[in-house]
Write a protein that binds this ligand. Sequence first.
Ligand code: ADP
Ligand code: ASP
Ligand code: MG
Length: 704
Amino acid sequence: MKVLKFGGSSVASATNISRVLDIVEAASNDDKVILISSAISGCTDTLIESGRLASLGDSSCLSLLEALCGRHDAIVKRLFTGDERKAVLEELHTVFDELNALVTSILGDKSISDARKQEIQTYGEILSTKILAAKFLAEGCKVKWLDSRDLVRTDGIKVEETITYTNIRKAVESEPGTVIFVAPGFIARDSQGCPTTLGRGGSDYSAALFAAATSADSLQIWTDVPGIMTTNPKTVSAARTIPQMSYESALCMAEHGAKVLYAPTVAPAMASGIAINIKNTFDPANPGTTIENLGKRKICEWMGVSNFSSGEDECICLVADGPIDVDLSLKRAVTALKDAGIVAIDTCSENHCIILKVRKAVEKQACAALHREFFEFAKPSAVDVYVAGHGSVGRSLERFIAAGTGTRAGKEIRLCSISSDRQFVDRVIAEAPRRSVFVDCTNSEDIYRKYVSLLNAGINIVSSNRRSFAVPYVEYAAMKQAALRNGCFLRYNTTVGTALPILESISGSSGYNDDLISIEAVVSCTLNHIITGYDGANTDSFAKLLQKAQIAGLTEQDPRTDLEGKDALRKLLILAREAGVPLEAEDVEVTPMLPEEFFNCSLEDFYSMLEASEPDFIKREAELDALDKRQRFVASIRRDAKSRTGYKAEIKMQLVGTDNPFYWISGTENVIVIKKEFSAPLVIKGAGEGAREAATGVINDIIR
Ligand code: ADP
Ligand code: ASP
Ligand code: MG
């Protein structure tokens, strides 16, 4: 069995009805067909209006019905001739007489019941389907008109499926010789026996009920557009047909205003596993949209934009075919609206969608803006990315890529694979295409040894792994050389200051006629966190703060690695090298935060010693407070003719006053001060840590 439903515009004229006949006859060549039809377009609106006028005692309701009768007569006169025409007109006029009597009976009845109003609306579908059935009969088809009012049963609110299905099945089975069944959509009967409707747009639902009842092989909804489109094509001309979507996303679009499908249609089809095919009566060769079970969906697979009114305002809904990353998607959508000069008054999300409320006056522009942002991008050039390391940075990166971060810059980032496997890099060297990007989000000490091979294979590198660049200078220089030779990029801006634009500002300005005097940096997030969080007697003891930071995962496993200045050393090496100073670890004078004996004992003893020193720390803090000074762990290079590289490099605790930018940092903030011969100091300050920041910085490096 095939169930084909035609909407109002498909049966609006004799010409259109001829198309319907062709489509249904072709479908009935190899199977039985149930044809469900809406009323001719505008008919239900007219019936509603005539009911309203009647209740107000306005007799012009009868002229509306007369005009409606005229439209139907005109169609019949085009489709039939002779006795057939006479018979069909007679049949229709009997229906119109009944309708006239009903409307006349309520003239002036202000308290007309809702049930009565519904009953008036049921006539439209009876009229259109009577014409269709008569035409099939005239063409010699084995056709039977079914009265949906006797088959589809509601309890006054919702459809009673079991009774409905039994009724439909019986009606079909009792007519084994019939090939084409014609049944009105939209209409039903309630438990009181009164004719009623399934709600505006309800013919789609009728079709799904007939399909589910007969376990149909095919459920086709024929309308005036080529399927469910990325948005209403009458609002945005760039809308495209969505070839395939899941029941869930179709439901979500329908529930949020995509009129092309009546939302209750989805459940019966989905429960019986019947695919819904939405097609265009005026372009039957177009495959349209198929709605079916699609299994597990990827994150943020955008399907379309729909809209519905909400009081004074309009809600614009962006629907995905699966899970969504709400924060990122809302941000992208709000920005797209802002770019179009539209303010989102409110936002929210549901399972498959995000919803943005705007003023009604800008409804069309808002749909167009979101459609442009999510569906109209010129095919961006694609970058293939292979990510080593599936820790917090790798996972954030994976999420950002899935959410389409990068497409705004005109590049599509394609995540080819992500792995924490040590052999992964060798597979990338062997298999990744030239010009793809290898991203190192690991903490590996030795992965840098593979960098030159990657570059020689024509693969670009983006790395957030600081260890790879704090290697002996010759190796660092060799990697840079290999990148240059192969025309590849080797970017690692996130290794110092995470997403802060530190390295690019240093390397971008080095080599000009403005010699570097010094770089001073407070770049150890861990130490900043602890030092700026400590306030003598007013806070936890220093030992306690450190232990808490260790438990929270903010320090290395042995927090003394941080206190020793190892991480600061790596960063200083990178900073100096970026500025053209070939610094080696041995060139740097590191004064750990605490005396030597704290480092040559067990971790337990270390914490005891630290706790024992607390009175000294409190005293020191009070002295510093009196002087209005703060302690900061500063890494620096400063011009010095006596040093091997021409720069003296140090990492140590320093006292700073209110005139120093280092005084004013808090939490994990980083500050870098770069002084040059001829220009005022450049100060860069900002969030220096976090997986999100690192992933953002990595994306910048990929698409720059
Ligand atoms: P029918 O009378 O065939 O049931 P409807 O008027 O109920 O047709 O639904 C089709 C209309 O839905 C289209 O003409 C179109 O303007 C509107 N529409 C709204 N959103 C969408 C969308 N996302 N895709 C296609 N059509 C849509
Ligand atoms: N004729 C009804 C309406 O206009 C039902 C339908 O078209 O699906 O709402
Ligand atoms: Mg419809």
